[in-house]
Design a binder for this molecule. Structure first.
Ligand code: GUN
Length: 282
């Protein structure tokens, strides 16, 4: 059986069409949603991601301000800039692109963002609120995975969701969101013993480890839904954490790389930014 392809580009476009309507509604009321982005250093992947975020804002009519700071920028300068953005009523969402250079304390910076403008959902208040099921900004990539699954009519209730990867950006919030949707959740990671025995139990397998093609056909149950969050640059181009060609023969639905989860992440950032602007007017 060949799996159905989950087309992230198409789903992200539908999401953005809805966001466009919300932006237009806000503008009719005199509010232009605004996103402030801070990028420190010259990491090529981060530069590319920030460029894509900026372009998407422009397309949707969201005001964006991108602060490209050189790699030697001090922690104090970043904190001062955050204070300015926190107090700027034209800015509804603030994002600090990660990773930051080693001389800057990442947690200190993330916790300096006004939690009401924390559209990445990385502030410890939003992380805590997500864990206890209170209203919170939810990190964009796992939120995008949830929206994708909803679009594909995958109900997580009672399903065994296996998340491979335990990062703060994807794995941990992903597990929380699946739990909120009544899944039975297992988090596996690089130290998990007999990973294949765990992944083979998954009704829904979500992989975010950053290792090219590490999930092979023999590690996936027949009929499982497979979501590949990995984006790895190898000689042949971009590949995911899942061996797509092999796994598509056993999965029922599968995301490609590129064109799977990636486009959803940016769409959800736009969603969170517009949501913040909508909340502000109340
Ligand atoms: N670096 C990798 N993914 C992300 C993300 O979703 N947000 C930010 N701010 N940095 C990242």
């Amino acid at each position: 059986m060949a799996a159905a392809l989950i087309d992230g580009k198409l789903i992200a476009q539908k999401v953005k069409d809805e966001i466009q309507k919300r932006v237009d509604n806000l503008k009719a009321k005199g509010i232009t949603p605004g996103l402030g982005v801070i990028l420190v250093g010259e990491d090529p992947a981060s530069q590319a991601y920030v460029g894509m975020k900026e372009k998407t804002c422009k397309k949707l009519g969201i005001h964006s301000e991108v602060y490209r700071l050189d790699g030697n920028t001090s922690e104090k300068e970043v904190l001062d800039l955050l204070e300015k953005l926190n107090n700027d009523s034209n800015i509804h969402g603030i994002l600090v692109q990660l990773p930051l250079p080693k001389h800057i304390d990442e947690w200190k910076v993330l916790d300096a963002i006004d939690p009401q403008k924390d559209v990445d959902g990385f502030h410890s208040i939003n992380v805590g609120n997500l864990c206890i099921g209170r209203d919170a900004f939810v990190p964009c990539t796992p939120l995008g995975v949830i929206v994708m699954l909803e679009h594909c009519n995958v109900d997580l209730t009672g399903k065994h969701v296996v998340v491979v990867g335990r990062s703060n950006i994807v794995g941990k919030p992903m597990a929380q969101l699946a739990l909120q949707r009544h899944a039975t959740v297992t988090i596996a990671h690089s130290r998990t013993k007999d990973l294949a025995a765990i992944t083979r139990q998954a009704d829904v397998l979500i992989v975010a480890v950053g290792r090219p093609k590490m999930i092979t056909k023999d590690m996936v149950k027949e009929g499982a839904v497979v979501i590949d969050v990995g984006i790895n640059r190898v000689e042949s181009g971009l590949v995911g954490d899942v061996d797509f060609d092999g796994v598509k023969e056993v999965a029922s639905q599968i995301t490609p790389v590129p064109g799977g989860v990636g486009p959803m992440t940016i769409a959800m950032l736009m969603h969170n930014t517009v949501l913040s602007a909508e909340r502000r007017k109340n």
